[in-house]
Write a protein that binds this ligand. Sequence first.
Ligand SMILES: CCC/C=C/C(=O)SCCNC(=O)CCNC(=O)[C@H](O)C(C)(C)COP(=O)([O-])OP(=O)([O-])OC[C@H]1O[C@@H](n2cnc3c(N)ncnc32)[C@H](O)[C@@H]1OP(=O)([O-])[O-]
Length: 723
Amino acid sequence: MVDYIIDQNLAILAVNNPPVNALSHHVREGLVEGIKKANANDQVTAIVIIGKGKIFCSGADIREFSNHAAIKDPVLTSVGHTIENSGKPVISAIHGNALGGGLEVALFCHYRIASESARVGFPEVLIGILPGAEGTVRLPRLSGLSFAMDMIASGKQINAKDAFKHGILDKVCTGNILEEAKDFAKKVIGQPLDSRRLSRINVEDASNVDAVFEVALAQVKKKYKGQIAPIYCLKSVRNSAKMSFDKAAAEERRLITELMLGYQSIALRYSFFAERSASKWRLPCGASVNNTKPSKIESTGVIGAGTMGSGIAVCLIRAGIPVILVEKDPKMLEKGMETISGILDGSVKLKRMTPGQKAKCMEILKGATSLDKLSNVDLVIEAVYENLELKRQIFAQLDKVCKPSTLLCSNTSTLDIDKIASATNRPDKVVGTHFFAPAFIMRLLENVYGSKTSPTTVATVMELGRRIGKVTVLVKTCYGFVGNRTHQCFGAEASFLLEEGCLPQDIDQVLEEFGMAMGPFKVSDLSGIDVGWRIRQEVAKAAGFKLTTETRYHNGERISTVGDSLFEMGRYGIKTGKGWYKYDPTNLRKPVPDSDVADVILDHCAKMGLQRCKIPPQEIIERCLFAAVNECFRVLEERVAEKPEDIDVIWQYGFSFPRYAGGPMFYASQVGLKRVYERVCFYHEKFPYSSHWIPSDLLRKLASHSVEIPMSQWKEFVNGSKL
Ligand SMILES: CCC/C=C/C(=O)SCCNC(=O)CCNC(=O)[C@H](O)C(C)(C)COP(=O)([O-])OP(=O)([O-])OC[C@H]1O[C@@H](n2cnc3c(N)ncnc32)[C@H](O)[C@@H]1OP(=O)([O-])[O-]
């Protein structure tokens, strides 16, 4: 796993562990052997460590962290000490990325050079740990404390130019990295090595450490609310300035061990692999990412220039994919084009794009007022409002207008893809592409296949998701798919809690303390109370009943209409300055609890004869989360989602479920399925008029086992395949 090559008087150690040169046990062994061999060879005057393939090194092998038996000697620090103590200079030659343990390997070397396109960083914090192979003790000796604290606690990667500026690199190269490393090595042969050994030098700005730490701590607590690892990162860097090198390194080892065993790190490591597993789609027929080729998509159409359509068009043109934006009403079309231009201006302002790049995006965007203009595009995404009849009409028309190979996608957030597909003669080329609002910001794309969608169509929209930078998950059609269907139970329970004793701010606070970025009522104010109202009205209309603020039940199902009272008062949320909260027009980011809302809720309860009482935080969490978890198990049972990881990724990227809590399925696995099942049964008995509390059969089966069944085996219990 480490190739040993002699090139004139140099020993080249090339890490060869595809795909990303992780520092697995054999790599660590190979590095130690290579350094020893080179030192024992009188002909060798210097050593170069390089990575084979597209990257220098992605760091420690994260899979080993959950399997302690795999963390065998030599551990990374002893590999590092062998490198640092080498009597011959060791130069790391970085291309692609040097991340985590990969950057630590470089910091053990006496010299570091990198290609100008290389990036370095310590992403450990993103998996809930810290750079525990002396990274927190070595980096400040090169870059100073403030920069080291920021880089380590944020997990951000920096480019070679910045790494050079902050003392991490000795040279940025423009030519072939190996050739430049050989030239560099020849120049440093014979130079004294002691001053190049980071363990032998001091942190220059050590006297400022307390002041630097306090500033960094205040920022980290605000930015990474609820997360433990960023704070540990700061503490460990602080130790580097307060203790001897060896003592700080020992303390670093203690801190990483504590983090590694903690819930947050276990959840974050799970999340790392869950996200990657989402792209590995598979259909029940056996077609999968491994055996199905996507079609080429070189041109697209987007129908509807409203919020969703404009946002989707931005995603496509940003990735260099031409778009024809179709909107019947020329004024609406013009407004949509302005919205798109405004969104891109925002990116230019934030320096995420240059004015030249914006101009290029706008060049590949064309407007049209008729579907006829889509005759030649490869793929169309319909993004009109949520109405089945309207969508069927559009799809029937597209079927006539578009070339036979065009894929027809719907951005529906709830409707059955089969019902849309049956309006065409090409149901195999019809698929759901459910973007989350705002589409140009939210990273999730929920792709939805119907009973006739072909594997090629699925492969194409999954690949499209990757091209436009989305985290893309494949699910089967049903009302609301995975995201909205399971989230609806969460929202319903939050509304019922208002009727039973809570105020919006109570529920938001508890769920934010749990880790949600925003509570459900703040989210509702952001997305618009009118949007929720319109959806509820549509659903009621389709079911043939009239929904009023007096309605409490329909078809034996409990309904809450408190939000509808706010709608009728014109309180639509942030856009009207009032919703579940009130907003100062000069600070729309700060929701302020409003006694008028409390009055509306109390009135509503009095009118309906509902008794209110104090509800403890634990019940708020259980009611909202376990209702959703139960529905998630049903989704798995019906194979709407193929694996629990897909559901968790949807919750993380669609509803800001904290990555450090893993997602509803991971959370349930940690609580224990027996306990979850017991509580679901308890609430089912207490609330017989909410069908989302009817216990899932799959959950029951899994909970009935005397030992907890690991998540990776839950699938085996679907369809009665195991009892
Ligand atoms: C000792 C204590 C101190 C040290 C701590 C550390 O170093 S902690 C580590 C600190 N380092 C990090 O946190 C870096 C994490 N890695 C990354 O950020 C990215 O993978 C990348 C930028 C290296 C490449 O991006 P890309 O889009 O080109 O590729 P991709 O992302 O799709 O990955 C391809 C495959 O490689 C897999 N895999 C990747 N890395 C690791 C790993 N370290 N380990 C194991 N596996 C890893 C990944 O799961 C996937 O497998 P699959 O699904 O094909 O079976």
